[in-house]
Design a binder for this molecule. Structure first.
Ligand code: FES
Ligand SMILES: [Fe+2]
Length: 398
């Protein structure tokens, strides 16, 4: 492998995600040992469905992906998309480099071992004749695949998968809506991305330069508590402070003459609210749930972002903006998404988050009062006690 300028930093981050620092009296809890499940989950959690990419992006050519550290190849056959372990058991060549030699199969590019797409079983070793003794004795693991919201979803788990709807917010299963979205592969561990999403303090500082907020005031600071409802942890603002005086420093505020004061402290409190969003009765704008999905609800639309672990150092960041409308309002939203939201919010705004997720390096850490959102999320994971993804390289070989 060729060394790159990035390697030392990546190596450092990997070491930090597995290393524990003994707490000392001077720095109580500056590591993640209070949350052992979370601490161990650098590759995420098994037994969940994860959104991957738009279904229409998978064409005739096999698509290789990495999910929770597992190498997977996606292959389309008509309307169906299949997912198989992307490694030929013969000599370890990726099947994603292979050919679609016969219907319903994929052949390894090296010696032509040929696998059924639906079962992963090898059905022919093309270079050893029809009587090859290895025939039928090997196979590759397959993964359950579903298509919802225009996205491909893959289940990484040990048992029969739960219905994919379990891992999709109920409001997206039960209502009509229009959506716009994008996905990226971003540097940084998925836990940093999830924590950044639910982090209470940063929006008021990091994002106060974002074009998306050019005409809306950001609070100076908030008094926050976290409540749990329907499997979501929700950030509730008990008090919103628009300015603050720091003795010896001056006033801290984001108020400007051209900015309007934003919404009340919960989406349902606005004067004019979409009925679906009102029906959710969410006590705060920002919520998070397993296995790593953030919801930011506004009175007229909801933004969702999934932090899908690629490997220990990389996250698949899938973001969608949803409006629960049909007809002309839906068309207008689509145009607004493509003309503005995609670039300002799903682009420049969340790129500020990506920047922080890339450069941050914790633990060790020293938390402050607004970080109760982070600790509530970590505690929630300990309570749910999901199955942590271990090093998958052995598990996926059959
Ligand atoms: S490595 Fe795949 S057939 Fe030989
Ligand atoms: Fe952010």
């Amino acid at each position: 492998m060729t060394a790159t300028a990035d390697e030392p930093r990546v190596a450092k981050r990997r070491a930090r995600t597995v290393k524990k620092t003994e707490p000392t009296p001077e720095s109580p809890g500056n590591d993640w040992s209070s949350w052992p499940t979370y601490d161990a989950a650098s590759r995420g959690f098994r037994n969940y469905w994860y959104p991957i990419m738009w279904a229409e992006q998978i064409g005739q050519k096999p698509v290789p992906i990495t999910l929770l550290g597992e190498k997977i190849v996606l292959v389309r056959e008509g309307d169906q998309i299949h997912a198989l372990h992307d490694r030929c058991p013969h000599r370890g060549v990726p099947l994603s480099l292979g050919r679609r030699q016969y219907e319903g199969t994929i052949s390894c590019p090296y010696h032509g071992w040929t696998y059924r797409l639906d079962t992963g079983k090898m059905c022919a070793a093309l270079t050893d004749g029809p009587s090859s003794p290895i025939n039928g004795k090997v196979g590759v693991r397959t993964y359950a695949v579903e298509q919802r919201l225009g996205l491909v979803w893959i289940y990484v788990g040990d048992d029969d998968p739960a219905p994919v709807e379990r891992d999709i917010p109920a409001e997206l299963v039960e209502n009509d809506f229009v959506l716009g979205g994008r996905w990226d592969i971003r540097p940084g561990n998925w836990r940093f991305a999830a924590e950044n999403g639910f982090d209470e303090g940063h929006a008021k500082y990091l994002h106060n330069t974002a074009l998306w907020r050019l005409f809306k005031v950001m609070p100076a600071w908030n008094e926050t508590r976290i409540v749990e409802k329907d499997g979501w942890l929700i950030r509730v603002q008990d008090a919103v402070h628009w300015e603050a005086e720091f003795p010896g420093l001056g006033t801290w505020t984001n108020k400007r003459w051209w900015k309007r004061m934003p919404l009340p402290d919960a989406p349902g409190k606005a004067a004019d609210v979409n009925p679906v969003i009102q029906g959710l009765d969410i006590p705060g704008f920002v919520s998070i749930r397993m296995p790593g999905l953030l919801r930011v609800a506004y009175p007229h639309f909801i933004h969702y972002e999934w932090y899908v672990p690629v490997d220990e150092d990389t996250v698949r960041y899938v973001q969608i903006m949803v409006r629960f409308e049909k007809g002309t309002k839906a068309t207008a939203f689509k145009a607004k998404y493509l003309g503005a939201i995609r670039w300002l919010f799903h682009g420049q705004f969340t790129a500020q988050d990506a920047w922080m997720v890339d450069v941050m390096d914790a633990p060790p850490e020293k938390l402050y009062r607004p970080d109760l959102s982070l600790t509530a999320w970590r505690r929630h994971i300990e309570q749910v006690a999901p199955t942590v993804q271990q090093d998958p390289t052995v598990r996926v070989s059959k």
